[in-house]
Design a protein around this ligand. Structure first.
Ligand code: XMP
Length: 526
């Protein structure tokens, strides 16, 4: 049984008072925080280890105790300090969070031997937590072994299922609410409405967390941090760096210079789109570095995936440094760090000099280059970044772009990257994207792309023997890239893509579809 991972209290709270989601290690903790944000209420995911004093210092509007993998009876089960329930802040406990509340407040939790997993029919009573609209028969998502068998004294039971007679309780006088099921997952039909009922009606929070509000607030913060200094931003063509750059530009205008290093591994038309959008449309000062030849030379003879990533990363840094030096002394660097990165890395330091790790990634910067970071997306989830991008007027194609790795097409060419192979892959990828978009699949997929393996096979075309490359098609669905499944694309769509690739691209005589999930495969091939 894993312990809940420690989370830091984010160090730069916005003006808005947060709803704090105390992460007790459940698989849906982050999802709860996202759903609260979708209700236009600012939320943060924090460690369950925060003391009542630390929690009170954040002045939260409400607390939500997440689910957890643990049973309250397991040794070292995560626990919160019961004084949390006396802060006068409304609390909603979900699943394991409900068990903790029951146990700490004088109720009872038992291992009844009958767990419930999956969709469950629930009888819900009209109550403070559940408006008339939400009462009656409801389909909800359950995932628990222990059950609450006695509510805390003074609390009223407000939901039940056939196997779980005590599936929700509330004590409005003390601001205590608890549900056994998971309102945050989509399988709970009215889950979002239930969360909104709690946040808007029961706690009384104005739904004011909107993209426009985020922009106003970030603009003010960026101005305060930057003053009259100059700032540099590396554009990768990805959504995060693009939105971060535009936000900073909105705040400080031409004090910002964007540097776009074109390594030549972007997809068809993408480099042009970045230049067009930033330079021509938004008039952001932009240095567009044409470094395609340089990167190809650097990769000559490099076949091993890690060596390839490393070489690209290093070259990227070199080019970026050269360009930055031409701009004179600049101390501030924009980074498109988003909230899940902050959570994953256990937090960090915003707005103070930080060593920037290069990893092997493109967009990472040299370790010896110490710069102060401007990170305007640090508190946003990916979907919020996209909505802010839309609000800033970014084109739909850029805002909704599927994730694309920093090293680009170079890590989708197995073996050596040459101009010839790059051209083949770029063309195949363009056909794939075109058909995926036309078929209405682009936004349903986490990623879709082509891969060029380092093998050739025999074929026959126009009575002639061919000996040419295959193209691998990869299309996956995923929520966060940690796991992924291959997409069930219609056969007709696959057929169209295959026919076009073989007919239109010289040097390709075969198309195959990758049927691997992650794990055990990864999404990319290198
Ligand atoms: P894998 O292949 O590890 O990929 O399943 C998971 C997700 O990460 C993306 N990816 C990268 N993104 N730089 C990036 O910015 C990289 O070097 C990189 N490598 C993989 C990948 O496209 C997928 O979405």
């Amino acid at each position: 049984m894993s312990e809940a991972r420690p989370l830091p209290a984010p160090e730069t709270p916005p003006e808005e008072r947060p709803v704090l989601v105390l992460d007790l290690g459940g698989q849906y903790s982050q999802l709860i925080a996202r759903r609260v944000r979708e209700a236009h209420v600012y939320s943060e995911l924090v460690s369950y280890r925060l003391s009542p004093e630390e929690v009170a210092a954040r002045n939260p509007r409400a607390l939500i105790l997440s689910g957890g993998p643990a049973s309250v009876y397991v040794e070292n089960a995560p626990r919160v300090d019961p004084k949390l329930f006396e802060l006068g802040v409304p609390v909603l406990g979900i699943c394991y969070g409900m068990h903790l509340m029951a146990q700490d407040l004088g109720g009872k939790v038992e291992r009844t031997g009958v767990g419930e997993f999956g969709k469950t029919e629930m009888r819900i009573d009209e109550s403070t937590l559940f408006s008339k609209e939400l009462a009656g028969e409801q389909t909800v998502w359950m995932s628990h072994r222990d059950s609450v068998t006695a509510a805390p004294p003074g609390a009223r039971v407000v939901a039940s299922s056939a196997t779980t007679p005590l599936a929700a309780f509330e004590d409005p006088g003390r601001g205590l609410y608890a549900v056994q099921f998971h309102p945050e997952v989509v399988h709970t039909t009215n889950g979002q409405k239930m969360l909104e009922r709690f946040l808007h009606d029961v706690v009384g929070i104005e739904p004011s967390w909107t993209p426009a509000a985020v922009i106003d607030e970030q603009v003010a913060r960026i101005r305060a941090q930057v003053g009259s200094e100059k700032v540099i931003c590396g554009l990768s063509g990805g959504v995060d760096s693009a939105v971060a750059a535009l936000l900073v530009y909105r705040a400080i205008g031409e004090q910002l210079t964007c540097v776009f290093v074109d390594h030549g591994f972007m997809r068809s038309g993408e480099a042009e789109q970045v230049a067009e959008t930033f330079g021509k449309h938004f008039h952001v000062p932009l240095v567009h570095v044409q470094a395609q030849e340089r990167f190809l030379e650097r990769l000559a003879g490099v076949e091993e995936p890690e060596a390839k990533r490393h070489a690209i990363g290093e070259e990227f840094i070199r080019v970026f440094e050269e360009e930055a030096a031409k701009l004179g002394e600049i101390r501030l660097l924009v980074q498109g760090t988003i909230y899940p990165d902050v959570i994953e890395s256990g937090g960090g330091t915003a707005g103070v000099a930080a060593k920037i790790k290069s990893h092997h990634n493109v967009g990472g910067l040299p370790e010896e280059m110490e710069m102060e970071l401007v990170e305007p997306l640090r508190l946003l989830f990916k979907d919020e970044v996209r909505r802010v991008g839309e609000e800033l007027g970014m084109p739909e194609r850029l805002v909704w772009r599927q994730p694309f790795p920093g090293p680009g097409l170079a890590i989708r060419i197995i073996g050596e990257v040459t101009k010839e192979r790059l051209d083949i892959l770029r063309e195949a990828d363009a056909i794939l994207q075109d058909e995926i978009r036309r078929g209405g699949w682009y936004r349903k997929l986490w990623q879709s792309f082509a891969v060029l393996p380092a093998i050739r096979s025999v074929g026959v075309q126009g009575d002639e023997r061919t000996y040419a490359y295959p193209i691998v098609l990869r299309a996956v669905t995923s929520d966060d890239a940690m796991t992924a499944d291959w997409a069930r694309l219609p056969h007709e769509l696959l057929e169209r893509i295959s026919n076009r690739i073989i007919a239109e691209i010289r040097g390709v005589n075969r198309v195959v579809y990758d049927l691997s999930s992650k794990p055990p495969a990864t999404i990319e091939w290198e």
